[in-house]
Design a protein around this ligand. Structure first.
Ligand SMILES: O=P(O)(O)OC[C@H]1O[C@H](O)[C@H](O)[C@@H](O)[C@@H]1O
Length: 560
C-alpha cells in the first residue's frame, strides 16, 4: 500500500525548493507569471487539461515545464497512485479510525467491484449501495406521485433536511445549484442549533405537508438531534403523535439510534462508516437533493462523479485533473508560501460551493501530524474561503489584488447559463475572465503613470498616487470551465475537488479522512451546558470562560 520512499520524497521536495528559491534561467522570479506568458504564446495550450466536460486552465500560475516535472516527481515519490489504488481497493487507509474510504463506490455502476473489509471474503460494497439507491429511487417517486403522504392524507410539498457539517453542506450546496422553478419539491436545510434558524424556517412550512429527513451519520450530533426533537413536536402538534412517524425519515449509519428515536427501519436509509461525512452527499444523505430535483437528476449527479472517478483512476498523472490541481496547489502553498485558497464560482447557483469546499478541504487537510503520528514536515491544508463572483469583487477582492500576500484563486466559470438574459451572462463571464487576467498581469507603475499623465494629472499628484495604484500582478489563479451547470457537470466538479484533496493528503502523508480536532469543543460544550443553568463549577475553567459564563448569566437575569 505505502510504496513512498523517504529518500526519493526528500529529494523531490529539495528539487522543488531549489526551483522555488532561485531565479529562473531567464532571471525572472520563481513566483512570477507574466514572463511565462511573454515567453510562450502557447502557454494556455500547454498548461491546461481536459477531462469529461471540464477544462482546467492552470496557465495563470507560476508553473513551468521544470516545476511541473518536479511536482510530478513529488507525486511519484509520495506514491499518490499507489495510495489512490489502496483507496479504490477498500483498504483501511483511514488509519486512525481503521476504516476504508469508499465514497467512489457510492457512484459506481451496478456491476462495478468495490470491496471492503479485512480478510476474505471481503464484503461487496456496490451491491449494498445499489440496494439503498433503489430504495431511495422508489421512495422519491412515491413521494412525488403522492403514494406516500403525510399523517392527514395530504401530499408532501416540502422537505426539511436536518443535519450539519457533511450532512448539510453537500446536499444543501447541490440542491441550491440544481433546483429550478419546475423542481418537484421545495427543500429546506436546518443545520444550526440556533433556534432562530428554526423560527426563520417555520413560517414557510405547513407541518401536514412537510417531510422531515434527519440526516446524521452518527445520529448523535447535538445540533441535529435537538432540531429533530423540535420538529417532531411541531409535526405531532399538527397531525397527531400517532401519525408523526409518517413524516420522519432517517439517513444514518446508526440503526440503533434511529430506532431509539422512533423511526421504523423501513424509513431509514443507511450507509456505511466508509463514507466520510464530507463525502456523503452521494449516499442516502443526498435524499433531500433527489426529492428536490427528481431521481433522474440525482442519478446524473452520481454518473458525473463516476466520470471523474474513472478519469482519476486511469489518466496518467500529467493529464490527470485532480493530480494537476493538487500539485498546483502544493506549488502555491508549500513552495511559494501562499497560505490561503480563494474559490470564486461565477454562478449564483454555486453560492454554497465555497462553504462545501471549506469542509472538504479544511476538515480533510487541517492536520498537524503524518500517518505515523510524526509532526508534518510541510505546511498542510490552506485556509479556504470564497463567494460567488461578481459579488466578491466588491468586497474582499481588493486584498487579493493588492494585499501583501498573494491569494491563489480558483475561478469556476459556466459557459452557458440556464436563463434568457445573455447580456447579464456576458457581463458575468467578462468579469470573471478580467479578474484572472488582472491578477496575473497587474498594472505596473509605468502603465499607471502614463494613464495618469493622459488624464492630465500634475506630476506631484502622479507621484503621490502612484504607489497606491500599482497592482503587482503575478498572482496565480486556476480557471475551471464547464459548458453548463447541470447534474452531470456538477458531479464531475465536486469529485474533482474530492480527488484533489486526496492527492494533497497523499503528498503530505497525512490522514485526510479523520477529524479528531472537532471533538474537543464538543466535549467542552457538554461540560458547559449545565453551567448555563446552575452557574460555573468552581475551578472548572480558566478565568476568561468563567467570567464570560457569569456575565451571560447576569445579562440573562440569573446571576444575582
Ligand atoms: O452526520 P453527523 O454524524 O451528524 O456529523 C455531522 C458533522 O459533524 C462532525 O462534527 C464532523 O466534524 C463532520 O465531519 C460531520 O459531517
Amino acid at each position: 500500500m505505502d510504496e513512498s520512499q523517504p529518500d526519493a520524497l526528500a529529494e523531490a521536495w529539495a528539487a522543488l525548493d531549489v526551483l522555488a528559491q532561485a531565479p529562473r534561467p531567464d532571471g525572472s522570479a520563481p513566483g512570477s507569471i507574466r514572463p511565462l506568458f511573454a515567453a510562450a504564446p502557447d502557454r494556455f495550450t500547454r498548461f491546461s487539461a481536459r477531462a469529461g466536460d471540464i477544462l482546467l486552465d492552470y496557465s495563470k500560475t507560476a508553473i513551468t515545464e521544470g516545476v511541473l516535472a518536479a511536482l510530478l516527481d513529488l507525486a511519484r515519490a509520495a506514491d499518490v497512485e499507489g495510495r489512490r489504488d489502496a483507496m479504490a481497493t477498500g483498504l483501511p487507509i483511514n488509519v486512525t479510525e481503521r476504516r476504508a474510504v469508499l465514497h467512489m463506490a457510492l457512484r459506481a455502476p451496478r456491476d462495478a467491484v468495490f470491496k471492503t473489509g479485512p480478510g476474505e471474503p471481503r464484503e461487496d460494497a456496490t451491491a449494498e449501495v445499489h440496494a439503498v439507491l433503489d430504495r431511495m429511487r422508489d421512495f422519491t417517486r412515491a413521494v412525488h406521485d403522492g403514494t406516500l403522504r403525510g399523517g392527514t392524507g395530504l401530499t408532501f410539498t416540502d422537505v426539511v433536511n436536518i443535519g450539519i457539517g457533511g450532512s448539510d453542506l453537500g446536499p444543501a450546496m447541490v440542491t441550491r445549484a440544481l433546483r429550478t422553478a419546475h423542481s418537484p419539491m421545495r427543500a429546506h436545510y436546518l443545520s444550526n442549533v440556533d433556534g432562530h434558524a428554526w423560527e426563520a424556517l417555520r413560517p414557510h412550512l405547513d407541518a401536514a405537508r412537510t417531510l422531515v429527513l434527519v440526516a446524521s451519520k452518527t445520529f448523535t450530533t447535538q445540533e441535529t438531534m435537538t432540531n429533530a426533537a423540535l420538529l417532531r413536536d411541531w409535526v405531532a402538534g399538527a397531525v397527531g403523535a400517532d401519525k408523526v412517524g409518517r413524516h420522519f425519515v432517517a439517513l444514518s449509519t446508526n440503526l440503533q439510534a434511529t430506532a431509539a428515536f422512533g423511526i421504523p427501519d423501513g424509513q431509514v436509509f443507511g450507509f456505511r462508516d466508509w463514507v466520510g461525512g464530507r463525502y456523503s452527499l452521494w449516499s442516502s444523505i443526498g435524499l433531500s437533493t433527489a426529492l428536490a430535483i427528481g431521481w433522474d437528476g440525482f442519478a446524473q449527479l452520481l454518473a458525473g462523479a463516476r466520470r471523474m472517478d474513472e478519469h482519476f483512476l486511469t489518466a496518467p498523472p500529467d493529464q490527470n485533473l485532480p493530480v494537476l490541481l493538487g500539485l498546483v496547489g502544493i506549488w502555491n502553498h508549500n513552495l511559494l508560501g501562499y497560505p490561503t485558497l480563494c474559490v470564486l464560482p461565477y454562478d449564483e447557483r454555486l453560492a454554497r460551493f465555497p462553504a462545501h469546499l471549506q469542509q472538504l478541504e479544511m476538515e480533510s487537510l487541517g492536520k498537524r501530524v503524518t500517518l505515523t503520528g510524526a509532526p508534518a514536515a510541510h505546511e498542510t491544508g490552506p485556509v479556504v474561503f470564497g463567494e460567488p463572483g461578481t459579488n466578491a469583487q466588491h468586497s474582499f477582492m481588493q486584498l487579493v489584488h493588492q494585499g501583501t500576500t498573494p491569494v491563489p484563486v480558483d475561478f469556476v466559470l459556466i459557459a452557458n447559463p440556464d436563463h434568457g438574459h445573455p447580456d447579464s451572462h456576458r457581463k458575468l463571464l467578462a468579469n470573471g475572465l478580467a479578474q484572472a487576467e488582472a491578477l496575473m498581469r497587474g498594472r505596473t507603475a509605468d502603465e499607471i503613470e502614463a494613464e495618469m499623465r493622459a488624464e492630465g494629472l500634475a506630476q506631484t499628484e502622479v507621484a503621490r498616487l502612484l504607489p497606491h495604484r500599482v497592482c503587482p500582478g503575478d498572482r496565480p489563479s486556476n480557471t475551471i470551465l464547464l459548458p453548463h451547470l447541470d447534474p452531470g457537470t456538477l458531479g464531475q466538479l465536486i469529485a474533482l475537488y474530492e480527488h484533489k484533496v486526496f492527492v494533497q493528503g497523499a503528498v503530505w502523508g497525512i490522514n485526510a479522512f479523520d477529524q479528531w480536532g472537532v471533538e474537543l469543543g464538543k466535549q467542552l460544550a457538554g461540560a458547559i451546558l449545565p453551567e448555563l443553568v446552575h452557574g460555573p463549577t468552581p475551578g472548572a475553567h480558566d478565568s476568561s470562560t468563567t467570567g464570560l459564563l457569569e456575565e451571560i448569566l447576569r445579562l440573562q437575569g440569573n446571576g444575582d
